[in-house]
Design a protein around this ligand. Sequence first.
Ligand SMILES: [Zn+2]
Length: 212
Amino acid sequence: MALPIPLFGAGRVSPSADQVIPERSGTAFRMAAGDRLVVIDPRGEQVADLLAFNADDLDEVISSGRTLDYAETIYLTTGHILYSNRSRPMLDIVEDSVGRHDFLLTPCSVDTFHHFYPTLTPHRGCFGNLAAALEPYGIAPDRIPTAFNCFMNVPVDGQTGKLRVLPPVSKAGDHIAFVAKMDLVVGLTACSAPDSNGGTFKPIHYRVETHA
Ligand SMILES: [Zn+2]
């Protein structure tokens, strides 16, 4: 299936096929400092939860609180930096064809299903998928923080603070790209929660581009 995926830095990027994260699943992989991660929503309206840990010291992890504090906004896009709990840059957002992502809410989990979807069969969700994918890297479930939720659409009422979870505004082929600022272990999902994904579950595509 041909996808409208843009090319980056022609001539400098090592060829790598897009990887597929099937619906309602997750994966983990390493990135070296300087590598670029492209996360693609191939069909539109699909969220991907992203985690990052320092590959050399797993106590250093992506931090929503640090990042939102320094960005002075809850809506992050091209030019923003995702910081660690030690206030060091972990990932730079270098491209974003969507402009709406979430960094407030934790990965969906079996408890999320009990809370919001009591009539549905519970699913282990992004949390369970991330825990399983990160276990081989020595990362225990209790170390999973708030994820950067690519394409998740969480508008906030500026007066009341009321949150809503609406369908993503991403269209088929939209993407967000990051550059790693340190060696990382990354977790990435195709989200499992109905409301976050417009009521249907789709795959997520991604690739890691290593620059010479
Ligand atoms: Zn999820």
